[in-house]
Design a protein around this ligand. Sequence first.
Ligand SMILES: Nc1nc2c(ncn2[C@@H]2O[C@H](COP(=O)(O)OP(=O)(O)OP(=O)(O)O)[C@@H](O)[C@H]2O)c(=O)[nH]1
Ligand SMILES: [Mg+2]
Length: 394
Amino acid sequence: MGFFSIFKKKNNDDEQNIEEQIETTNEGEQSAEFEETEEVVAEDTIVEEVAQEKEQSEIEAVQEEEIDEHAEAVNQDYAEKPAVRLGFFKRLRKGLSKTSGKLVGGMESIFTGKKVIDEDLLEELEELFITSDVGVNTTMKIIDQVRDELSRKALKNPDELKASLKKQILDILNTPNDLNATEDKPYVIMVLGVNGAGKTTSIAKMAKMFKEQGLSTCLAAGDTFRAAAIDQLCVWADRVGVPVVKQSEGSDSAAVIFDAISSCKSKGMDVLIADTAGRLQNKVNLMKELEKIVRVAKKELPDAPHEVLLVLDATSGQNALSQAQKFNEDIGITGLVLTKLDGTAKGGAVIGIVDELGIPVKFIGFGEGIDDLKPFNANDFVDALFDTTEDKDS
Ligand SMILES: Nc1nc2c(ncn2[C@@H]2O[C@H](COP(=O)(O)OP(=O)(O)OP(=O)(O)O)[C@@H](O)[C@H]2O)c(=O)[nH]1
Ligand SMILES: [Mg+2]
């Protein structure tokens, strides 16, 4: 199944059954949860209030002429940025050049002039992997595997060692990462991460991709902390030509997302991508807010969110691993979006994160352009990483 094949096939009868199930589950859930805590009562109030006050929030339909105008402006923008015209692989390679220079360039300088693989060489490699943010545990695992291959006489020279390291990295990263399929509409993607990780811009980039796949896509302005955050999402939505569901600054993020799901359901929209406010993983109350968003979303669509994507800034290196661990423990993450690979030599961190947490990378961001986010493909990534030829700027 392809990356964007998010909908399972179903027939009309199934659809009706699902509608009925949603209703019964909602009723069942509500009555069971009423007995639990005051907080849950408050959540049910949100559900009711939002249902009653649906008119207050707006879906901003972008006028067709406006979309054309924006498309023209955006296209002109791209024309002025030669890098954007490069083919996908070249752009990926250029974006990864710092990480590639550090990790694979580093390997090549360790191997230069060496004919045999000795203990000194292995120690240098180990140090290189650790200083490239691969992480101690994953580095140990990789070097142990090398020692094992050496003892089996499976590696004779540094060239074979380089090929073995490339294969090990590919094996770690090559986990199934298609988007989770569902029968529900809308397909709800909730986007989380620390401040400035790249959530809002990645949402815009994803929305463009979904739209190009022919899927009707809507955004939810769930970052209600700052008016500027809502405006930022609206500007992007306008540029991409997708509607956005929003409420005023300071409103309950869970209510905005609940409302957005309900609007998308009634309009039969395919995909809803929800922005959330940036938060540090060690702030308990903020993490509880995210848990609440998930619980409230389920009241409108029991399997929502179908994807919970954690956006990680690759420049944060090993700190990204601890962020991913904590968000996963508290909320449950279905996939990672690794951004800003273009600005850092610390992209090796992704190897340790995927290895230690077993959470797949679903998208990578390697530039500020709207097309600089792609579904993650381990083969392309590793090929680009290990390609250290000089013509990256051409
Ligand atoms: N170079 C580069 N910059 C990026 C990439 N992704 C995002 N950015 C930039 O990172 C900055 C922050 O991005 P936002 O999308 O606003 O981040 P956010 O997580 O929504 O931030 P908050 O809402 O403040 O928590 C912006 O200047 C983006 O252009 C990327 O892949 N490469
Ligand atoms: Mg944001």
